[in-house]
Design a protein around this ligand. Sequence first.
Ligand code: MLT
Ligand code: ZN
Length: 463
Amino acid sequence: MLDKLIISQLREIVGNKNVRLSDEDLTDYGMDRTTIWTADPSVVVLPGCVAEVQKVVIFANEYKLAIVPSGGRTGLSGGAVAKDGEIVVAMDRINQIFDFNKVDCIVSVGAGLITNKLQEFAAGQNLFYPVDFASSGSSQIGGNIATNAGGINVIRYGMTRQWVAGLVVVTGCGEILHLNKGLIKNNTGYDFRHLFIGSEGTLGLICEATIRLTRPKGASTVIVLGIDSFPIILEVLKAFSAEINLTAFEFFSQVALDKVINFQGHNAPFKTKAPFYALLEFESSEGSVLDTGLRLFDECMDKGWVLDGVMSQSLRQAESLWKLREDISETLWQYEPFKNDISVLMSRMPEFIKSVEIIIEQKYPYFELVWYGHIGDGNLHLNILKPENLTSAQFVERCSNFSKVLGELIAKYGGSVSAEHGVGLLKKDVLHYSRTEAEIKLMCEVKKVFDPNGILNPGKLID
Ligand code: MLT
Ligand code: ZN
């Protein structure tokens, strides 16, 4: 508990009602979507502008108080967890759309703007913000930037990083930096903007962002295919992407589909069951693309690659097919999943998955695995579901041991222990499987430059 003087000084900076101390607020604002840690911040403050964020950071430096930056708290790696009496600085009130420039196709927004509000704003201008995922109704732009969020359109549009044209940040020293200012070309030395993207709140607090928008996506067709074995999914991907610009190429297992159907009440895509399903999406406003899609669909059938399949005939059908994939994450929460978020080169994926399955069979036969992910980006989400006979603590311990074994395998295959969810608390101990000792040391040195007193999100990403 912070002493009364500190609380009253924070009240002076952000206003009385923007300092929250109720148990409910401390619990809500102290957690992300992970369930491993218990929220225990001292106080939640909600600054209303960059100047107030700066004052809070300067104040925290003076008293050596730790800060946990907080966005929509939809993270999956514990990056926004405040478990050690920290000050949570939540960006909810800095959520404005400040400035839109139609010539440059850029919009400046507050870090607390909800992702789908930006998407709606872009659509209202007949433009498109392409970063999208199931949590876009509650995640915030600042959090997306701090974790370089990915999602379902990466194969065509890239990660959040690609859309950030400028940033206003307050560093751990309390300096305000205006980075890149929306420019396309700006070769003036180190581009600090990119250091802050994906830094998980360890270097500075992202307060505002200038976001690039693009032309809207045309009408799209969705195909779901039932596939017998994992290597065939990659053959299908190769065949389609050789001829069509795919906007998505996702996959999920029968286990994932069964759970989504049971829990959400959706219909199966077709009667035939398959070990794996691929979901492809492409723009089909040009008739010739649709013809190519149909031909490739038939060819995959003829080659015996596909057990069954369906191609959407309407927007409504496309949306229902997407739900089979997008609702997986929400469905799995009831099983206390331990989330792995891996990437390896697509060419190495079949061999990699086989090796994982052998390890599971030999050492962890009691784990129920659910595979899904953004296969077109080389990104696998391997969720392990908690068996009923293990306590949460026992389960996390075994999963953490498994993460080390998995980490060794990821290192062997030259992959990453975190493709898109970030490192946070969850993957800090396995970071070294993807980054060398020299790299991690440099990360620590960089942190010292921007946050010399180590007050920003301590214990996340690196120590
Ligand atoms: C997804 O692809 O569904 C998200 O990354 C969330 C998750 O992995 O649970
Ligand atoms: Zn994902």
